[in-house]
Design a protein around this ligand. Structure first.
Ligand SMILES: *[C@@H]1O[C@H](CO)[C@@H](O)[C@H](O)[C@H]1NC(C)=O
Ligand SMILES: *[C@@H]1O[C@H](CO)[C@@H](O)[C@H](O)[C@H]1NC(C)=O
Ligand SMILES: *[C@@H]1O[C@H](CO)[C@@H](O)[C@H](O)[C@H]1NC(C)=O
Ligand SMILES: *[C@@H]1O[C@H](CO)[C@@H](O)[C@H](O)[C@H]1NC(C)=O
Length: 503
């Protein structure tokens, strides 16, 4: 008896010790861990109406509604990568990175969106562009759709609220895949959550629709169907291609504001409505149960006949499920969620369905645009949450980054950000056994940041947008990232800065 008691105590002690002292890593990258940097067509190319390119909904949105862009700007010229791509790719290569992420502009290839008219200048541009990436021995990571829907399609009523979009994006994707077999990793659709939420509920991104609790769900349904349809077409029609394909799914970390049961549930609900709405159909099948229940119960309370959340057919569930060869994760920040009293069900909106309100801890640094907090261990938590809920997949971080106001080339904030976030990613890899295979920094260069215009500076290179020469000036972080690419090692054990904690 006495012996077994002591034995039990000993075992308990060992267990709790091992929980408190997990395996530490020494800051070294795993063997095949890749670094990269990213851009997207509308944000960097410019040449909005040159050489046969058709307009996109973003050209239209910025031209017609300059008041919806913080500095009333647009990306007609932006940083002019269309004419300066050789310089930009050389500068990316000088960072020592392996992954170069960019996107194809749909209306530069099919000016009116339909595959009946091809713009040969657009095709030639991307041929040259990719050849240049390969010249430096980098891997072209090609995004098929990064938000610049052809305006003609939109004017014909075909957008993320019209089921016809699926066949058209598959025709476009098929042409791009066939024409650019050099692409090493395919990203099918970028950030469907942000696209649908900000484009079809809040209205701050093109096409600028302020929804009434239906449009965002239709958009989610159609982006998911498109992700599935593009992937199935790719695997069926290009069986000899080796490149992996996945969407880039944005997922921020949500913590409960307090330890009350209500706030815990609120945080969980928000994770499911934001991340789960896309991860669940792709990695498990169908909408997350809580999303279905919540929207349906509010519909019944309001005595509305039509379902607000489109229902997947069994075939759709099957073809969307598994339509990713890896998990592409775009991550930036952490927020706190607080439960809201359930609002009047007759006031229909996505926000009322989620029923939470967000804030940041007062001690967190929030960047100049007021949107993103810097919480390095949020990335580790989100990686663990994804693994726990959706299984042990390869995860490529397709976007990770921080903005500043562009006033100085000494961007210590970016160096600290990447140090602390990547150290947490390494903890997830070594200590939690999450299979992260690389990080693509957002972004290679300062560029047009959607509704934040030129006010958010995400790049390793600064560009004064009013400078007609568009001179690319390396920030301090460019040297840091080059050194990181070479040494493949970070110092993670002693904090070298004062982030306002606690993390
Ligand atoms: C356009 O799409 C159709 C299928 O919808 C296909 O048969 C045709 O070959 C495509 N044309 C081009 C140029 O890709
Ligand atoms: C991580 O994913 C890569 C790519 O799928 C695979 O080759 C590797 O074996 C995986 N590593 C682990 C530890 O599962
Ligand atoms: C940007 O360039 C313009 C002229 O091209 C100049 O007047 C302005 O001072 C520059 N701004 C910064 C922050 O360097
Ligand atoms: C722009 O480039 C021209 C030609 O190289 C040069 O003479 C001029 O000083 C540059 N202007 C700025 C603002 O850098």
């Amino acid at each position: 008896m006495a012996f077994s008691m002591r034995f039990t105590i000993l075992v308990l002690t060992i267990c709790s010790l091992s929980e408190q002292t997990p395996k530490k890593h020494n800051g070294h990258f795993p063997k095949h861990f890749l670094l990269g940097a990213g851009t997207s067509a509308y944000q960097v190319e410019g040449a909005w109406n040159l050489d046969g390119k058709g307009p996109s909904i973003w050209d239209e949105f910025a031209h017609k509604h300059p008041e919806r862009i913080i500095d009333h700007s647009n990306a007609d010229v932006t940083i002019d990568t269309y004419h300066r791509y050789k310089e930009d790719i050389a500068l990316a290569s000088s960072l020592g990175i392996k992954l170069f992420r960019f996107s194809f502009s749909w209306p530069r290839i099919f000016p009116n969106g339909y595959n009946t008219t091809i713009n040969p200048h657009g095709v030639k541009f991307y041929k040259n562009f990719i050849r240049e990436i390969l010249k430096y021995d980098m891997i072209p990571v090609g995004t098929i759709y990064h938000w610049d829907l052809p305006l003609q399609l939109y004017n014909d009523g075909i957008d993320w609220n019209h089921p016809g979009i699926v066949n058209h994006i598959v025709d476009y994707a098929r042409y791009v895949i066939k024409t650019f077999p050099e692409v090493g990793i395919w990203v099918s659709i970028n950030e469907p959550h942000t696209l649908c939420h900000l484009g079809y509920s809040i209205g701050v991104l093109a096409p600028g629709i302020k929804g009434d609790g239906k449009q965002e769900y239709m958009c989610a349904y159609l982006t998911l169907k498109s992700i599935g349809a593009i992937y199935r077409m790719y695997k069926k029609e290009f069986p000899h291609y080796k490149a992996k394909m996945a969407p880039a799914l944005d997922c921020q970390w949500i913590e409960p504001k307090s330890n009350s049961k209500e706030d815990e549930e609120a945080a969980n609900r928000q994770r499911e409505f934001k991340c789960g709405m896309y991860y669940h159909p792709i990695f498990i099948g169908d909408w997350p149960p809580i999303v279905k229940e919540r929207i349906e119960s509010r519909r019944l309370k309001a005595h509305i006949k039509e379902p607000r959340l489109p229902k997947f057919t069994p075939e759709e569930i099957e073809y969307i499920k598994g339509s990713a060869d890896f998990i592409g994760l775009n991550h930036y920040y952490t927020a706190l969620a607080e439960d809201l009293k359930e609002s009047d069900p007759n006031v229909m909106s996505y926000g009322n369905d989620v029923g939470t309100v967000n804030s940041f801890k007062p001690s967190w640094i929030v960047e100049n645009n007021g949107l993103f907090s810097i919480v390095p261990d949020g990335v580790r938590k989100v990686l663990n949450w994804i693994k726990k809920n959706y299984g042990d997949h390869e995860i490529l971080i397709t976007e990770l980054g921080v903005t500043e106001d562009g006033s100085s080339l000494n961007d210590n904030i970016r160096i600290d950000f990447f140090t602390d976030y990547i150290c947490n990613i390494l903890s997830a890899v070594y200590e939690d056994e999450v299979n992260v295979t690389g990080v693509i920094a957002w972004s290679l260069m300062d560029s047009f940041e959607w509704s934040n215009g030129y006010k958010s500076h995400f790049g390793f290179y600064n560009i004064n947008i009013t400078d007609p020469n568009k001179t690319r000036k390396p920030k301090k972080s460019a040297k840091f990232f080059r050194d990181l690419s070479q040494t493949r090692k970070l110092t993670c054990d002693k904090p070298n800065r004062d982030w306002p904690g606690p993390f």
